[in-house]
Design a protein around this ligand. Sequence first.
Ligand code: AP5
Length: 223
Amino acid sequence: MTINIILLGPPGAGKGTQARKLVEERGLVQLSTGDMLRAARSSGTEMGKRVAEVMDRGELVTDEIVIGLIREKLSEGGNGFIFDGFPRTLAQADALGQLLDETGMVLDAVIEMQVDDEALVRRITGRYTCGNCGEVYHDETKPTAKHGVCDVCGSTDLRRRADDNEDSLKTRLLEYYKKTSPLIGYYYAKGKLAPVDGLAEMDEVARQIGRVLPVSSEIATGT
Ligand code: AP5
């Protein structure tokens, strides 16, 4: 069964963590606009430099750029997509709707990952990521088994993100509440919204998402 879902939630809600689990367990393709933009910034192009400044401040990159990135990825095809960190504005949500219509795809569910702001600060300031395979860790809730070595690929290239500091996080949260949280109502009105408890332990969040998916797929396909 092909499933297309959006993971919606503030910075640190656990979108990337759950997206990676879904890739592993269901063979879906993760489309993270954050990862795509980080790849663009490390390319050293003019566009990459402009993107880096915006990201480091914690602001949103223009709709035009991110919609272009998603359009390109969707045209490559795939057996079901997880939209991680996209859409983030109403204009992006409308554009995604159009892109899915054009390619004959259906949006099955929008998983709203509910968390509180205090937990987000702890999660973001404790996060680090493997620069080689992208596995996400946390100082307290998910440390590597061996200090300084990725559990998945054995790389010692473990990094903290430039925007994972309290100042940028404040701006990222404001951007979320001003520009992204209206999408909760937008997708509720479309009958796609499925809230999960993002504060639960990681495997429990995954179970809650798993319980949502088949039901939402049935709604979307009318079965
Ligand atoms: P992006 O990379 O998308 O960052 P974000 O939305 O701020 O989300 P994060 O990646 O910070 O958090 P997450 O929800 O994935 O949490 P994670 O699983 O890592 O965007 C970065 C920037 O790019 C934006 O600020 C913007 O500038 C730009 N951008 C991106 N997309 C854009 C768009 N569409 N439009 C415009 N601009 C865009 O988890 C966090 C930590 O918590 C980890 O350490 C993890 O181990 C831990 N954790 C996860 N789940 C749990 C749990 N259940 N219990 C305990 N710990 C947990």
